[in-house]
Design a protein around this ligand. Structure first.
Ligand SMILES: Nc1ncnc2c1ncn2[C@@H]1O[C@H](COP(=O)(O)OP(=O)(O)OP(=O)(O)O)[C@@H](O)[C@H]1O
Ligand SMILES: [Mg+2]
Length: 453
């Protein structure tokens, strides 16, 4: 790890000097401290690894080790000691020391140990990143749907991903896939190997959100014991996803705008400009244009964010994708729950297409998950969807009255009812009856129905 910072803690100047010289020539930034107190103070400058003498004038190495690990688990500590007892070694390891080096030590050995320790962290970080991306692979085919609306969405996402620095604004109701699309954009762009950082702007009070985003210097406010990098800095080379951007306070809106314009910012309490190359994807389920008109959202920030707008369709706008989505979720939950559900019954599909889906695809997904957990059928049935109990469903078989029935009249009546319920929308009326557009149009003509009916 070039650029890593190593802190050398020893009260003997000669030892400090020899270690420092060697580590500097190995290419690290090196800080020094001669007491435990000084060591803890230096941590604030951002340290990756500490070479820690066990015997210190003001305290012992194990106490410092414990404090370091309390402050930041990720800082590596190698304990140097001339007096290693097995007990100390065991205790130090338990507390999270990376290694022990016995004094007098050989500089080559210490140098190799430091290199290996830092390499381990690098690998650990890489594995962590790889695991998250391997466990959740995000590619275009994870946007499921064959309707024109979803096909267009997939094309748009693909185009946005290859323009890897422009700001993206995702708008749409809750549950329409904004999170999903943000991740797909990141993981199919050139930035995929770099971090994807995600923050919900409504989840934190203004000050906290500010320091999460921009980081802070030590002492910037009461709890700022150490310097901390913000999400923008951590995401360098990658993507920052700002969810619920509509909730951001005016003060932060101004700071974000400055970052978008200048690509640089200052940490809270800091004076140096930090340049960062992070793509910003923002999302909201509010109507930002209205917020701008009501002066709730800065218009300049809105235009800056809206470089590449993506409007997510509500599920009501593409009910024809419901069967595909249902199959996709059934497949996923079959694997997850070790089940073998084959699909859903025609009555179930009709019920699903009839429903209004205020919670969009998320609600559909949750519904399939719940019904798969609760039912043992090969095929999910309308009866398995308790939330839709309000929605009337008809069983596959309608009992034929004893004196028979006029099928044409019944058919006409059902078509008329479906059209009425859907405000004359032929596609949706057709979906209620399990008919495609051509089939419902044919019947509308056959029965000479006018749209008003
Ligand atoms: N077209 C789609 N194909 C497959 N899965 C989808 C699709 N759209 C949404 N989903 C799934 O639906 C769920 C909800 O989506 P997501 O969390 O991205 O919604 P959101 O728009 O971010 O909602 P909110 O505004 O509430 O945060 C997720 O499990 C997501 O994977
Ligand atoms: Mg979301």
């Amino acid at each position: 790890m070039p650029n890593a910072t190593v802190l050398v803690v020893d009260d003997e100047a000669l030892i400090r000097w020899s270690l420092t010289e060697r580590l500097k020539s190995d290419g690290y930034n090196v800080l020094e401290a001669d007491t435990g107190k000084a060591a803890l103070e230096r941590l604030a400058d951002g340290v990756d690894l500490v070479l820690l003498d066990y015997r210190l004038p003001d305290t012992d190495g194990v106490t410092i080790l414990r404090t370091i690990k309390e402050l930041d688990q990720d800082i590596l500590v190698i304990l140097l000691t001339a007096y290693a007892s097995v007990d100390t070694a065991v205790e130090a390891m338990k507390l999270g020391a990376y290694h022990f080096a016995n004094k007098p030590f050989n500089l080559d050995e210490v140098s190799a140990l430091v290199e290996r320790a830092l390499e381990t962290t690098r690998l650990r970080r890489e594995v962590r990143q790889f695991r998250t991306s391997a466990a959740r692979p995000y590619s275009l085919q994870h946007i499921v749907g064959a309707s024109p609306a979803v096909t267009e969405l997939r094309h748009l996402v693909a185009r946005v991903a290859v323009s890897p620095s422009s700001t993206v604004l995702l708008t749409g109701e809750s549950g329409t896939g904004k999170d999903l699309v943000a991740k797909i954009i990141h993981y199919t762009s050139d930035r995929a190997a770099r971090p994807f950082m995600n923050i919900t702007c409504s989840a934190l009070p203004e000050q906290l959100l500010e320091s999460e985003l921009f980081g802070h210097e030590r002492g910037a406010f009461t709890d700022a014991r150490l310097q901390k990098k913000g999400l923008l800095e951590t995401a360098d080379g990658g993507t920052v996803f700002l969810d619920e951007i509509g909730e951001m306070t005016p003060g932060l809106q101004a700071k974000l705008l400055r970052f978008l314009e200048e690509k640089s910012f200052k940490r809270v309490g800091g004076s140096t400009d930090i340049r960062v190359d992070a793509r910003v994807i923002a999302a909201t389920n509010r109507n930002l244009e209205e917020e701008v008109a009501r002066s709730q959202f800065r218009s300049d920030l809105y235009y800056r964010l809206n470089v590449l707008p993506i409007a997510m369709p509500s599920l009501r706008a593409h009910p024809e994708d419901i069967p595909l989505l249902v199959e996709y979720f059934i497949d996923g939950f079959n694997t997850e729950f070790r089940k073998r559900v084959l699909g859903a019954t025609p009555a179930a599909y009709r019920a699903l297409q009839q429903y209004g889906w205020p919670g969009n695809v998320r609600e559909l997904r949750n519904l399939i998950e719940r019904s798969m957990l609760l039912s043992d059928h090969d095929r999910l049935d309308a009866k398995d969807f308790p939330v839709m109990a309000g929605a009337q469903t008809v069983s596959d078989e309608i009992a034929l009255p004893a004196n028979g029935i006029d099928l044409e009249t019944l058919e006409r009546s059902l078509v008329v009812q479906a059209l009425r319920r859907c405000g004359g929308n032929q596609t949706r009326a057709g979906a209620l009856l399990g008919l495609n557009r051509d089939q419902i149009r044919y019947r509308i003509e056959k029965f000479a129905l006018t749209p008003a009916q």
